[in-house]
Ligand binder design. Structure first.
Ligand code: NI
Length: 196
């Protein structure tokens, strides 16, 4: 998910503590509209959270912090695997990265909430989206341990937005057709002009 920050200013990139056991990270190019062919793919579950998966997690985190954003799915860097990274910590707070493999929504509240969403694959476009206000998500962490998170607020929105990416769903799928057509056309035009 994209991040507007206070008054629409992009969030400055916090220095991320580089722990010794992390491999060197690589910032990967983020796939954006109009490249829907990749973004609409259905991602495959991981068989195991191995070294390759951890390396991808680290690269995704570095890429997300650099963007900057608060959530990123592997397909957004062109890898069709069910891995997402999230960090909703605020400017000035210690980074709190969350690594999720094979995440699954196991419960969603009837209560719904609105949040102005953005997406690193649809730069500079924000729109209100209504989703369940609370969710429970089961996943494997970066060590392959089975975990469950019960989230509300921004975290609930972010989890749903990123899990959607794994199923080829974009947040613009929830807005009116008129608005969606307008933004897709804008990116198609920009793509033809080679500006993306
Ligand atoms: Ni997104």
């Amino acid at each position: 998910m994209g991040w507007q920050g206070p008054k629409g200013k992009p969030r400055p990139v916090d220095p991320w503590p580089r722990l010794a056991y992390f491999s060197p990270m690589t910032i990967k190019p983020i796939i954006t509209l109009p490249d829907e062919k990749i973004l609409r793919q259905h991602s495959t579950p991981l068989k195991a959270v191995d070294e390759a998966a951890r390396k991808l997690f680290d690269d995704m985190l570095e890429t997300m912090y650099d963007a900057p954003g608060i959530g990123l799915a592997a397909i957004q860097v062109g890898v069709p695997l069910r891995q997402i990274v999230i960090d909703i910590s605020r400017e000035g707070e210690a980074p709190k990265p969350l690594f999720l493999a094979n995440p699954e929504i196991v419960w969603a509240s009837d209560a719904r909430s609105d949040y102005e969403e953005g997406c690193l694959s649809i730069p500079d476009f924000y729109e209100m989206v209504e989703r369940p206000a609370e969710v429970k998500v089961r996943y494997l962490d970066r060590h392959g341990e089975a975990m469950e998170i019960h989230a509300n607020g921004v975290m609930a929105t972010c989890l749903q937005h990123e899990i959607d990416h794994l199923n080829g769903v974009l947040f613009i799928d929830y807005i009116s057709k008129l608005k969606r057509d307008r933004v897709v056309k804008k990116f198609q035009k920009a793509g033809k002009l080679g500006r993306l």
